[in-house]
Write a protein that binds this ligand. Structure first.
Ligand code: C2E
Ligand code: CA
Ligand code: CA
Ligand code: CA
Length: 273
């Protein structure tokens, strides 16, 4: 029994060491990823359900590391958040997304397509956020109303009063604001109603539940927010969303996130209708 305990401990400590090594090496590599040009943004279309038009595209970050391979943002964003690397990465995302949006905005097909940018918790609370956005907009001659920021429900609920102030600043600049992953946290409805928001993004885990989707859409309408359903994968879900009056949809049923050039051709080929 003693031996077994020792083996367990050894295994545990080996796992800890492996995890620590993974963290250390990944942090070092991530630190260099920006200058090394290993980060890219992919874009996933957002479609207006009534008109069928592409009204937006969400920027989703990808990391292609020569030594680690392709790493999912669900893995490296939390690490970047812990280490503070999210600040330079987040700044890069804003700059690149504005540049890319400006490039599709110059075409007739892309003229109405807003770029949606994810903000992390640290970034959202950072003093320099507004200045960074302002310079990215002016450098690319991009109008503020062509940019939307996605902030998660858990981020705003940590400190609703301060969050509300930041949301107001973003909207005063002319940017749009969407509440991401809605339904996964514990939003206080009393606060939610007072938040300066343009859109509620219904979380992927909820879009297949007809009763919930219906309730969320009705509540959003009462509060004056648009609704976007994410993770739409099939026609049955789409039919329900249409039925309950959801405004915008995003998901594999329409398109997966894709590189910029591919997204531009997507815009071109889906605008004739
Ligand atoms: P999110 O903001 O909730 O983004 C939606 C995720 O769902 C994306 O995963 C997207 O590829 C995926 N998705 C879209 N449609 C479907 C569908 O129909 N079915 C399924 N199963 N999945 C779908 P991705 O690209 O792996 O990103 C994961 C998360 O990483 C994002 O979740 C977001 O929280 C974070 N993230 C990605 N890019 C950035 C960024 O630039 N900045 C920050 N702070 N976070 C980011
Ligand atoms: Ca998002
Ligand atoms: Ca989401
Ligand atoms: Ca999510």
């Amino acid at each position: 029994a003693k031996d077994l305990g020792r083996n367990n401990y050894q295994r545990y400590s080996e796992q800890m060491q492996a995890r620590f090594k993974w963290r250390m090496s990944t942090e070092v590599l991530l630190r260099h990823a920006i200058e090394a040009d290993e980060l890219v943004l992919h874009y996933q279309p957002q479609i207006d359900l009534r008109s069928g038009r592409i009204v937006g595209a969400e920027a989703l970050i990808r990391w292609e590391s020569p030594s680690l391979g392709r790493i999912s943002p669900a893995q490296f964003i939390p690490l970047a958040e812990e280490t503070g690397l999210i600040v330079p990465i987040g700044r890069w995302v804003i700059e690149r997304a504005c540049r890319d949006a400006a490039s599709w905005m110059r075409s007739t097909e892309g003229a109405h397509c807003v770029v949606a940018i994810n903000l992390s918790a640290r970034q959202f609370n950072e003093e320099a956020l507004m200045a960074g956005i302002t310079s990215a907009l002016s450098e690319n001659q991009l109008a503020a109303h062509h940019v939307e920021f996605e902030i998660t429900e858990s981020m705003v609920m940590q400190d609703p009063v301060s969050a509300s102030g930041i949301l107001k600043k973003l909207r005063d600049m002319g940017c749009k604001v969407a509440l991401d992953d809605f339904g996964t946290g514990y939003s206080s409805l009393a606060y939610l109603r007072t938040f300066p928001l343009d859109c509620l993004k219904i979380d992927r885990s909820l879009v297949t539940d007809v009763a919930i989707v219906c309730a969320v859409v009705q509540m959003a309408q009462a509060f004056g927010f648009k609704t976007l359903a994410e993770g739409v994968e099939d026609e049955a879900v789409l039919a329900v969303l249409q039925d309950v009056g959801c405004d915008i949809v995003q998901g594999y049923y329409y398109a997966r996130p894709m590189p910029l050039e591919e997204f531009k051709s997507y815009l071109r080929s889906h605008s004739e209708k």
